[in-house]
Ligand binder design. Structure first.
Ligand code: SF4
Length: 259
């Protein structure tokens, strides 16, 4: 008590004032981010993505609480994070040669009776045609991609260390894709995410067309086979909420998506 009223009083007053100023500044920034995020979600356009992304990342805990208070569902928030990351990364991704890109598919896309073997390089598809993964891998490998079927959480980092891709596409449920984009950022890679159409642990679905469109970003038309087609037996995309999570064209990835 004596300290507060003694010679140190001005110092403590200054610290208190600065702390108060910082709290007010954070709350103002959080309020701006909240308004921009809600407006972006409601309108389907990204407003000031260059401000949103670092802001939401730096204040994620607080923003999640505010989003909840504003009535936003968890899935809605995750989808927005993914859309933001995809939009911001699309241009940089398009500039990476395909030989330096990798695609990571979740094992849950496989048929429940998949006969593939687990290897140090992931699950090795046998092209048995019980699911569409094998056919899609042929198409994507034909484009020049290195493809992995991921057996576990530490696998991606291991393959990144081994093959040193500069860019990657991760397929998975919303939460996985969001975490994957964050991991790619931390590893200094350009990441794009494609969200599965059906969540779960077995026989999930992905919109292969969206994955192909993502994979084709930046590729010269001459590099795309004329017979590029959907894997047999696959339904086209039918869930608009999923399509919103796909990356946009590079020409809108530099912030011009806003007003
Ligand atoms: S096509 Fe490949 S991934 Fe699909 S069930 Fe057969 S071996 Fe498994």
């Amino acid at each position: 008590m004596a300290l507060l009223t003694g010679a140190f009083a001005p110092f403590f007053e200054l610290v208190g004032a600065l702390a108060l100023l910082l709290i007010v500044a954070v709350l103002v920034v959080a309020a701006v981010l909240l308004v921009l995020t809600v407006a972006s979600i409601r309108s389907g356009r990204l407003y000031f993505p260059r401000l949103l992304r670092p802001g939401l990342t730096a204040l994620e805990g607080l923003m999640r609480a505010l989003f909840k208070a504003a009535g936003l569902e968890d899935q809605e928030m995750l989808a927005f994070f993914v859309k933001l990351g995809n939009t911001m990364n699309a241009r940089a991704f398009a500039e990476v040669p395909v030989a330096e890109r990798a695609i990571f598919l979740p094992q849950c896309l496989r048929n429940a009776t998949c006969p593939a073997d687990l290897t140090p390089e992931g699950i090795r598809c046998k092209r048995c045609r019980r699911c569409t993964v094998g056919e899609a891998m042929d198409v994507l490998e034909g484009l020049g991609y290195r493809i992995f079927i991921v057996p576990g959480s530490s696998f991606i980092k291991r393959m990144v260390r081994k093959y040193r891709p500069r860019a990657l596409i991760g397929v998975g449920c919303l939460a996985e894709v969001k975490e994957g984009l964050e991991m790619a950022d931390k590893l200094g890679l350009v990441g794009l995410g494609v969200v599965t159409m059906k969540e779960g642990c077995v026989e999930t679905l992905v919109d292969w067309t969206s994955l192909y469109e993502t994979a084709l970003l930046g590729l010269a038309p001459s590099a795309v086979p004329e017979d590029l087609h959907l894997p047999a037996h696959e339904e086209p995309a039918c869930n608009p909420a999923v399509n919103q999570d796909q990356p946009v064209r590079p020409d809108v990835a530099d912030g011009r998506a806003g007003p």
